[in-house]
Design a protein around this ligand. Structure first.
Ligand code: GUN
Ligand code: ZN
Length: 427
């Protein structure tokens, strides 16, 4: 008989996208759920589930909110220890802070230490799945997958490929990037809950030969995700134009070499031209919004409302350590603030959807994670809506769940995360 646990609380799930019509109507509230082994076996009223699962252990969370674990669709776990580095914009930030830190991952013991530190920090913040860049070192991929595997965690990563415009020691070649990525993919993709993403960092750090090699590898393994960066800063876009004089636009530097597809994840995607928007939409490619990064590095304001209205597939992400937080709560707050600056504030249900279902859809994993429903994997987060005096004095006077949860989205941190379940196990 599988171990069964009955969780009682305010279970919040999504029956539809809160970006299609009334956001609240897209949500569902239940009293209880049952975890059996590593799966959510049932969702419903407490009395019904108690009767159906009499031997289940009961954990009563009172009026805490139980949600699917957060899904972070774009991060750099190797940038954990250099998060919040001051005063630079993208290109200088990469050269000054990022590349020297990534160089340290030549030491596999350091890679293991940071992979575990990163997974500890993010679990404390309620993030149960992430899609991470590694470094160019194959051992950094091994370190991340090994750490996640031992925790039973569903994660994505891939060797970050760069064969130009990066320092000695952080460059591979078109051939070695292809060969090493292929070996890692064969070793890890589909093992337990682990998935491989083919990972050219961004077109300025890859030659055409390397982009072609990555495109060829993706064509051989179309079930893999492909992750990269797109149109984050205007200086970067000018640089791409000078490096690829024949390209129609930034996206074309991927599209021309087989790197535009439905299982592609394009981080940032802020300063898009109409042709790029059209092509991304035609492919149903995923755009990943990284709001704390976009304000921290000074990149720009993602057009969430316009891109959603056009039907784009969109995920939400910290972009740690360009992003300034490990917390998806803080990330939702930043997304809200960017929406405000654009005159299109998001509803709490839309923010929570982006951090769960939206990011799971971006990773093509919404069949197994990102929501609470029978048959889904039991990755859950339990939120305390009164985790600090400042939050509780505001949520106390809320007239409904949405008003009660919004102060935690705006002001909450790891203190709001009461409990995290990963693959049916409480951490
Ligand atoms: N563009 C290329 N590499 C990176 C990175 O590591 N972080 C961010 N924010 N943008 C990038
Ligand atoms: Zn990034």
């Amino acid at each position: 008989m599988a171990m069964q646990t009955l969780l009682k609380g305010r279970i919040l799930s999504f029956s539809n996208s809160p970006f299609d019509g009334d956001p609240v109507a897209a949500t569902q509230q239940d009293e209880a759920l049952v975890i059996s082994d590593h799966i959510i076996a049932a969702v419903g009223s407490f009395d019904d589930l108690r009767a159906a699962y009499p031997q289940a252990d009961v954990i009563d969370h009172g009026n805490r909110v139980i949600l699917a674990g957060f899904v972070d669709a774009h991060v750099h776990f190797p940038q954990t220890a250099m998060i919040a580095s001051w005063g630079k914009r993208l290109i200088d930030w990469l050269n000054t802070y990022t590349f020297p830190e990534e160089m340290r991952f030549a030491d596999s013991a350091y890679a293991e230490e940071i992979a575990n530190r990163y997974l500890d920090l993010t679990a404390a913040h309620g993030t149960t799945t992430m899609c991470s860049f590694a470094t160019i070192h194959p051992a950094s991929v091994d370190a991340f997958f090994t750490a996640a595997q031992s925790r039973g965690q569903r994660v994505v990563t891939g060797k970050t490929c760069m064969d130009r415009n990066a320092p000695e020691g952080l460059r591979d070649t078109a051939q070695s990037a292809y060969d090493q990525s292929k070996v890692l993919l064969g070793k890890w993709h589909g093992v337990d809950r682990l998935s491989y993403a083919i990972t050219p960092r961004f077109s300025p750090t890859s030659t055409i030969e390397q982009l072609e090699a990555m495109g060829a590898l993706w064509a051989e393994h179309p079930d893999c995700l492909m992750q990269t960066h797109l149109s984050e800063q205007t200086d970067e876009i000018e640089w791409v134009k000078s490096l690829f004089p024949d390209a129609r636009d930034y996206l074309d530097t991927y599209e021309s070499y087989g790197l535009l597809g439905g299982r592609g994840l394009y981080g940032h995607a802020i300063h898009l031209e109409q042709r790029e928007r059209d092509r991304l939409r035609e492919h149903d490619a995923a755009l990943v919004h990284c709001p704390t990064s976009n304000t921290f590095i000074g990149s720009g304001l993602f057009d969430m409302a316009g891109l959603m209205a056009d039907g784009h597939r969109i995920g939400l992400a910290t972009d740690t350590g360009g992003g300034s937080s490990f917390s998806m709560l803080r990330t939702m707050a930043a997304a809200y603030e960017i929406g405000q600056l654009r005159g299109t504030p998001m509803h709490a249900a839309q923010l929570l959807w982006l951090a769960t279902v939206g990011s799971a859809r971006a990773l093509h994993m919404d069949d197994v994670i990102g929501n609470i429903a029978p048959g889904k994997e039991a990755d859950l987060v339990v939120l305390d809506l009164a985790s600090t005096p400042a939050i509780s004095q505001r949520s106390d006077r809320a007239s409904d769940l949405w008003e009660a949860i919004f102060p935690t989205i705006m002001m909450g941190d790891d203190r709001a995360i009461t409990e995290v379940w990963i693959n049916g196990k409480r951490r």
